[in-house]
Design a protein around this ligand. Sequence first.
Ligand code: URA
Length: 241
Amino acid sequence: MGEKMRLDKYLSNMGKGSRSELRVIMKRGVVTVNGKIVKDGAVKVDIIKDSVAFEGIEVPYIPFVYLMLNKPQGVISATEDAKLPVVIDLVPEPFRHYDVFPVGRLDIDTEGLLLLTNDGALAHRLLSPKHHVPKQYFAKLASPTAPEAIKAFEAGITLEDGYVCMPAMLQTTSTPDEVLLTIYEGKFHQVKRMFEALGNKVIYLKRMRMGGLQLDESLKLGEMRLLTAEELELIENGEAQ
Ligand code: URA
């Protein structure tokens, strides 16, 4: 048995209209519960056991959604802003009725993996400083990385305000001014400030991973899709690797 809920609330939560719109719509006899027409929105349904259909199409109760966005530059990681475009503007129509929010923040000029969800508990677990969820970034730098940088990141970089970062993992690539950096915390502008502390500068930043979740590079910038069941499992169980 699942939770019991008023039918109008159920349908409204699933994006079928406001409760007052549904009062009118339901009078047309387009809503069925277990195959029988129900015109009264106050009827209680079991969100797991009962089968609710709207205009002949089954409407399962899906309380949470998990969307992976390949964030483009120029949009901010917020739900609303007076001036600038926000990541919520990119949410496609079928998911617009869910109150999703970004799990953490990427700077306006940072691209890459951003999870959007309405699951506050998951977001809290991923963002909680005590969980040390790893985040991997690809960075292009103004100058090539010095070989000592790997050790400096491992030892803990001291930022300009005196904060000593947790050990981080720097991986070099075949291009001297392109690196992968994994950090286990999320201070404001952290990656940029870490490189600045070493006298370098990040000129392009893209998040590649968060916990067990990897950016799907087939997503174009600005595109998002639902997480697969496997990805959801990875982000739920693999966050504190
Ligand atoms: N570190 C930064 O400096 N910027 C981001 O957007 C993410 C991590």
